[in-house]
Design a protein around this ligand. Structure first.
Ligand SMILES: NC(=O)c1ccc[n+]([C@@H]2O[C@H](COP(=O)([O-])OP(=O)(O)OC[C@H]3O[C@@H](n4cnc5c(N)ncnc54)[C@H](OP(=O)(O)O)[C@@H]3O)[C@@H](O)[C@H]2O)c1
Length: 181
């Protein structure tokens, strides 16, 4: 299950994974996050838009306010086509070559996870697996371990008595991870 809690290691790995770690060294590489309107509104005002990432918010509301430095799209397809078309100029001097989009993350909530996981371009799942049973109102969809194979698993972290691991699954990856070259 994906974690809905706020634990420091989870926040840290979320940032490391979704923001380009190479961004300061190489501002030509950027990443993007796509999220539902409710997820966007659940992010505290003082930390949104999520820094060093292109933020795209999905809504069906054609009048949704766009003043907060985000891109708004009305479907996942539109979000991808906006990303393809947009000129990425983060941290760049005028006249220098355009940046390249390194990776796109769908960061929830439930409906978008469902849509994204069925999309053939969704190649990796970054999941926090928590040892415990909790009452939740938003869920990550069940997925086939035939389609997505585990390629990495972190050590076990424990915070506030709750243990969890960071697991990466890849579509079509070989069982047992990628063999050494
Ligand atoms: N820890 C985690 O891993 C994690 C990750 C993400 C979210 N969350 C939590 O999950 C909760 C929100 O999740 P949620 O599932 O309730 O809501 P959500 O997916 O964040 O937002 C739902 C809204 O997004 C828009 N939307 C969704 N799919 C769309 C599509 N294909 N095309 C156009 N618009 C679309 C619609 O907005 P309109 O109603 O404006 O049309 C819909 O009502 C929050 O509490 C958040 O904190 C946790």
């Amino acid at each position: 299950m994906t974690c809905l809690g706020v634990f420091r290691p989870i926040c840290a790995i979320f940032k490391t994974t979704t923001a380009s770690t190479a961004w300061e060294a190489n501002p030509r590489k950027v990443k993007a996050v796509i999220m539902g309107r409710k997820t966007w509104e659940s992010i505290p005002m003082n930390v949104r838009p999520l820094p060093q990432r292109i933020n795209i918010v999905l809504t069906q509301n054609s009048e949704y306010d766009m003043r907060e430095g985000i891109l708004v799209a009305h479907s996942l397809k539109e979000a991808f086509s906006r990303l393809k078309k947009m000129e990425i100029e983060w941290g760049m001097e005028k006249g220098t070559p355009k940046a390249c989009l390194e990776e796109v993350f769908v960061i929830g909530g439930g409906r978008i996870f469902n849509e994204a996981i069925a999309h053939p371009d969704c190649t990796k799942l970054y999941i926090t697996e928590i040892d415990g049973v909790f009452n939740c109102d938003t869920f990550f969809p069940a997925f086939s371990k035939e389609d997505f194979k585990e390629i990495s698993r972190s050590e076990t972290h424990t915070e506030n008595g709750i243990s969890f691991q960071f697991v990466v699954y890849e579509r079509g990856a070989l069982e047992g991870g990628i063999p050494p070259q």
